[in-house]
Design a protein around this ligand. Structure first.
Ligand code: FAD
Length: 381
């Protein structure tokens, strides 16, 4: 890609991910959607190829690349034909792992990040609870100190990778202190007695990714699995959200770009009233708007990623990128279905799936309303 943000190395890496996606993911997209899960061996394959954790330190099994290597990866994996799988992979690389990388001890990183980036273990992020979604600071799952252990009790809902995860970066209330002050993050191993997976939830879209309810019934977790200090959990979660939201932005405009490419092709091929529908101005203008919105989302995301990569303040730009990219992704997918007419409503056409998949983008990882609340606060309101 010709852009000030990417070097020749990035472009070579992009090609290798693109080739892999074409050969080893796209052909199975349908099957995984149908099964409502992906096979865990594919994570191992990606780990072997060095695709998991591309921007993390090599010492912990990462690729040692810069932050734009992550952006390249998120963009290309999101073109795999099933955004659910892309989401599951991004949970592994950019959603459940940043807090371990930033707050974990060396021992924790060696023990937990290495197998995750090798694809030997699957990881999830467990924050959302039945009664607390946007309001993260109110979560109720408790971790009560008992000697050298914590006793974990509670439940989580909507957890991506939930049925297959070996590890969970888990948000818990350790107290003392109410609200955000009492929150901590622990690394939870799902072999712990008392842990169980409830229902695998049926979803509108993102079907190749498993989403589950999780239960913790007096699970004994070694105190050494605490990430950072007690009471730091909220800030660790929020720091992790920056990666999650940038990855979410990249996934959204990339998914939308697939819908645009399919729509452009269709608009050239579909003949009505004796001419390709792309020659009707209403259709060509729709396509122009789709392309412009995608480009704007991409450039805003790159700018936020550039600020982040330079260690500059980027909270406002990250949240702007997330809200803008996810909102336009929905609009683009909607227009794509319209351009395809009745065929766009049929499951055998990919735009139908993209339309359902991107519907999650402005709900998951923080809703658009919450993104706007954060931006407003950063604007001094
Ligand atoms: C498929 C899927 C996968 C997910 N994966 C994960 C995961 O891996 N890990 C995880 O922890 N969570 C996960 N989530 C949960 C997701 O992050 C939450 O659904 C999301 O944060 C919203 O929370 P909620 O669903 O409880 O909605 P609520 O917080 O109840 O919000 C309901 C509505 O009220 C609005 N609202 C709430 N508060 C305010 C406010 N202060 N101002 C304005 N409007 C407000 C919201 O914007 C929304 O429109 C997943 C969800 C889905 C659907």
């Amino acid at each position: 890609m010709d852009s000030i943000y990417f070097s020749e190395e990035h472009n070579i890496f992009r090609k290798s991910v693109r080739d892999f996606v074409k050969k080893e993911i796209r052909p199975y997209a349908e099957e995984w959607e149908e099964a409502e899960i992906y096979p865990r061996e594919i994570f191992k394959r990606m780990g072997d190829l060095g695709f998991l954790g591309v921007s993390y330190p090599e010492e912990y099994g990462g690729g040692g690349g810069d932050y734009f290597t992550t952006i390249v990866f998120a963009e290309e994996i999101s073109k795999c034909g099933t955004l659910g799988f892309a989401m599951s992979v991004l949970v592994q690389t950019d959603i459940a792992t940043p807090a371990i990388n930033e707050y974990g001890t060396r021992e924790q990183k060696l023990k937990y990040l290495k197998p995750v980036f090798a694809g030997d273990k699957i990881i999830a992020l467990g924050i959302t609870e039945p009664n607390h979604g946007s309001d993260v600071s109110s979560i109720e799952t408790t971790a009560v100190k008992d000697g050298n252990n914590y006793i974990v009790k509670g439940s989580k809902i909507f957890i991506t990778n939930g049925t297959q995860a070996d590890l969970i970066t888990l948000g818990v209330r350790t107290g003392p202190g109410e609200g955000e002050r009492g929150l901590s993050l622990i690394i939870f191993e799902t072999t712990t007695p008392g842990f169980s997976v409830g229902r695998k939830l049926k979803k509108m879209g993102m079907r190749s990714s498993d989403t589950a309810e999780l239960f913790f019934d007096d699970c004994v977790v070694p105190a050494e699995n605490l990430l950072g200090e007690e009471g730091q959990g909220f800030y660790a979660i929020m720091a992790g959200f920056e990666n999650e939201r940038l990855a979410g932005a990249a996934m959204s405009y990339s998914g939308a770009e697939v819908a645009l490419d399919l729509s452009l092709k269709y608009a050239r091929q579909r003949i009505q009233f004796g001419r390709p529908i792309g020659q009707f101005q209403v259709i060509s203008h729709m396509l122009s708007e789709m392309a412009t919105d995608i480009e704007a989302a991409r450039q805003l995301t790159y700018h936020a990623a550039w600020l982040k990569s330079k260690g500059k303040p980027c909270r406002k730009e990250v949240h702007m990128a997330k809200v803008f990219a996810t909102e336009i992704a929905n609009q683009v997918a909607n227009k794509a279905v319209q351009i395809f007419g009745g065929y766009g409503y049929m499951q055998e056409y990919e735009v139908e799936r993209i339309y359902r998949d991107v519907r999650l983008s402005n709900i998951g990882a923080g809703t658009s309303q919450i993104m706007k609340n954060i931006i407003a606060k950063l604007l001094g309101l």
